[in-house]
Write a protein that binds this ligand. Structure first.
Ligand code: MRU
Length: 340
C-alpha cells in the first residue's frame, strides 16, 4: 500500500502506526499497530479513539494484513475481531461492512487496499463538507462550547464538531471556545485543548461541572459536539456528559448542534434505546492515568458506574450537521434518517 499520513495514523512501508492519544499532549509517541492484537489493544486503551478513526484504522490494518499474505479465512477472523473491539461507534461496523464486500472480490489484496484508501480519502472529504455546512450556522462573535475530542486526531481530516469550529474561526466568527475536560478520560482537557492551542484558536478549559454556570451567565452562544452513532429517530450516542450539556442548552435556550459524517448514521437502529453503550473499567473513575503517571483517589474497593457514552434524545438537538448538509428537527421527524 502507498504510504499515507494523517494527524494520528501513518502507513509506512506497509505497516500501520498510530499516534498514542493516551500520552498526548505531553508526549507524541507513535506506536506499532501491525497486528490485530496490537490494534485491538490500542482501541481498548483509547490510544486509537474517536468514531471515524477507529473504523479507518481497522480498515487500513485489514488491507495491510492482506498484503502481508494472510488467507481469506484469517482476514475474515481479523475483520470480526476488529468489528467487536468497541461497541458504540457505528463507523467501525459501517467501514468494516464495506471492507467485507471487498473481501468477496477476486483480487482481495488490491480490493481491500483500494477500499481502505478510499475510506480514508472519503473521511477527509466528509470532514470538509461538515466544516463548511456547520460554519454557516455559526454567528459572528460566537462563544462556543464543545465536549470530548472531535478534531483531526479523531478523523482523517479536519474533524467534525472541531472542524466546524476551526472553519468558523477562520471565517472570523469565533471569539472563544469553552472546552469541557470530559471526565473520566479527559479527551477535552488533553486532546481538544492541545489541538485548539496548535490551531491558535482562543479557548479556556473548564471542568464538566462548570458548564451550567457559564450558560447561566450567558457566556455560551452554541454547543457543538460529535457523535458515535445517530439512530433513525435522531437520538445521538456520544461521549458521556453530552446529554447533560443538551439538557442545559435546552433550559438556557442555547442551540445544540451535532456534527457527524454519514458513516455515523445507523438507520437500522430505531432509537437511542437500541444503541449499545460501552461500559468501561472502574479504575478510570477511581483516578486518572496518562503519560504524567497514574493516581487513584477513590477508596480501594469503591463501587463504580462507568458508561463511556450517553444518549441525547432527538428533541434536545437543534440540528444534525452532516456531510450532506444540515438536517433540521422537522426533517428528522419526517423520517430523514429512516432506512430508505
Ligand atoms: O471514547 P472516545 O474518545 O472514542 O469518544 C469519542 C467521542 O465521543 C467523539 O465525540 C465521537 O467519537 C466523535 S469523533 C469525531
Amino acid at each position: 500500500m502507498q504510504n499515507l499520513k494523517t494527524a494520528s495514523l501513518e502507513v509506512k512501508q506497509n505497516q500501520l502506526w498510530i499516534l498514542c492519544q493516551q500520552s498526548l499532549p505531553q508526549q507524541q509517541n507513535w506506536l506499532p499497530a501491525h497486528t490485530v492484537e496490537q490494534l485491538v489493544h490500542h482501541i481498548h486503551t483509547l490510544s486509537v479513539r474517536g468514531a471515524p478513526l477507529i473504523g479507518l484504522s481497522a480498515s487500513l490494518l485489514l488491507a495491510l494484513l492482506a498484503e502481508s499474505g494472510q488467507s481469506p479465512q484469517q482476514l475474515a477472523i481479523a475483520l470480526d475481531t476488529l468489528r467487536a473491539s468497541r461497541p458504540t461507534a457505528v463507523n467501525l461496523m459501517n467501514n468494516l461492512d464495506q471492507m467485507k464486500l471487498a473481501l468477496a472480490e477476486p483480487d482481495i489484496v488490491s480490493a481491500l487496499s483500494k477500499e481502505a484508501l478510499r475510506l480514508v480519502e472519503e473521511d477527509k472529504q466528509l470532514c470538509e463538507r461538515i466544516a463548511n455546512a456547520g460554519a454557516a450556522l455559526v454567528k459572528p462573535g460566537s462563544r462556543l462550547l464543545t465536549h470530548c475530542n472531535t478534531g483531526g486526531l479523531a478523523t482523517a481530516g479536519v474533524g467534525t464538531a472541531l472542524g466546524v469550529i476551526q472553519r468558523a474561526f477562520s471565517q472570523g466568527k469565533v471569539n472563544h471556545v469553552w472546552v469541557g475536560e470530559t471526565r473520566p478520560l479527559l479527551q477535552g482537557g488533553r486532546l481538544t485543548a492541545w489541538e485548539l492551542g496548535e490551531l491558535g484558536i482562543p479557548y479556556q478549559l473548564i471542568c464538566d461541572s462548570m458548564a451550567a454556570s457559564l450558560m447561566g451567565k450567558k457566556q455560551v452562544d452554541a454547543i457543538w459536539v460529535g457523535a458515535d452513532r445517530i439512530a433513525a429517530n435522531g437520538d445521538v450516542a456520544n461521549k458521556i456528559g453530552t446529554y447533560s450539556l443538551a439538557v442545559l442548552a435546552h433550559h438556557h435556550q442555547i442551540p445544540f448542534y451535532v456534527a457527524a459524517p454519514g458513516t455515523t448514521l445507523d438507520t437500522h437502529c430505531p432509537s437511542g434505546d437500541a444503541i449499545p453503550i460501552e461500559q468501561r473499567a472502574a479504575r478510570e473513575v477511581m483516578g486518572v492515568a496518562g503519560s504524567f503517571g497514574e493516581v487513584q483517589w477513590a477508596p480501594e474497593h469503591a463501587r463504580v458506574y462507568n458508561p463511556a457514552f450517553d444518549v441525547t434524545p432527538a428533541e434536545l438537538i437543534s440540528g444534525w450537521v452532516l456531510d450532506t448538509g444540515v438536517v433540521t428537527p422537522a426533517q428528522v421527524q419526517a423520517g430523514a434518517f429512516q432506512p430508505k
